[in-house]
Write a protein that binds this ligand. Structure first.
Ligand code: NAP
Length: 259
């Protein structure tokens, strides 16, 4: 009989764990017995979260600065995490952002580079650094946080949409390349989730609030629940892609609002 490889307490690494979906995923995976490696640029926030979850759930945590735009930073975060926690099984490549709403012909080089360096290259760096550790640990599950913007484009969102379309291409390729290994791969692709996302994008609290006005958006915990569920399924099951949107959002262009 094949030896079961799934550990009782998987070691999960999350990028962008200082806020929103990454933080909610850390909280839910901790409650489900995972040991955690938490990374973000706001290192004080991930350190605080790691300390809180270790005390609350009796798990091991490692928290460190990481900037996913920088290969050396990602490599040392992943290597140090695997060393501190004794291996690596699950990676949630969540760090990402949208910046501004600009027409393709008008977007500044600094703005488009920020999105592509973070949302596309950041995931490549994270998976490249993590895969040798996952193979050594013998069982794994990779997650990406895509978007409905990786399925349908919208005006003034060209580069953000391009980044999430590119991410889907990467994930689909990797799924083929990993087939035959004990490593699963799931992309969770949300619609509107109320996090810091719109504040970061629009740099204005009132404009960010208006994005969710009159409708009921998803909360970060809804996305965390998708990750918990896909992870909990038996080893022979791979959830390739989850598209999840609020009931009030039927497409990128159709949001029902009670005004
Ligand atoms: P959020 O609350 O703003 O969180 C974004 C996280 O990414 C933060 O923890 C941030 O941490 C981290 N991050 C950004 N740039 C980084 C970098 N260079 N290096 C390391 N970490 C970085 O937004 P969120 O909604 O949770 O976003 C998480 C993911 O969900 C993103 O990939 C986003 O594209 C995707 N998504 C969000 C929505 C939505 O409506 N909210 C919908 C679809 C997809 P630091 O700033 O501390 O580094």
């Amino acid at each position: 009989m094949e030896k079961p490889m799934r550990p009782e307490h998987p070691i999960a690494l999350i990028t962008g764990a200082s806020s929103g979906i990454g933080e909610a995923t850390a909280r839910l995976l901790a409650a489900n017995g995972c040991h955690l490696a938490l990374g973000a640029r706001r290192v004080n926030l991930v350190k605080e979260l790691g300390g809180e979850l270790a005390a609350q759930h009796g798990i091991q945590t490692f928290a460190s600065y990481v900037d996913v735009r920088d290969s050396a930073s990602v490599k040392s975060f992943v290597d140090d995490a695997a060393k501190a926690l004794g291996g690596l099984h699950v990676v949630v490549a969540n760090a990402g952002l949208a910046k501004r709403l600009d027409r393709v012909e008008a977007i500044s080089e600094e703005t488009w580079q920020l999105m592509l360096h973070t949302n596309v290259e950041g995931v490549i760096r994270t998976f490249q650094a993590a895969l040798p550790h996952i193979r050594k640990s013998g069982w794994g599950h990779l997650f990406t946080i895509g978007s409905v913007a990786g399925h349908n484009v919208y005006e003034n969102g060209g580069v953000y949409c391009a980044s999430k379309y590119a991410l889907r291409a990467l994930v689909q390729t990797l799924r083929i390349e990993l087939c035959g290994e004990p490593i699963r791969l799931t992309s969770v692709d949300p619609g509107l989730v109320e996090t810091n996302f719109s504040r970061v994008r629009l740099e204005d609290d009132a404009k960010a609030k208006a994005v969710y006005q009159g409708m009921t958006p998803l909360v970060a915990g809804d996305i965390a629940e998708c990750i918990r569920w896909a992870l909990a399924l038996p080893d022979h099951v791979n959830i390739d892609e989850i598209i999840i949107a609020p009931r009030d959002q039927a497409s990128v262009y159709k949001v029902h609002r009670k005004m």
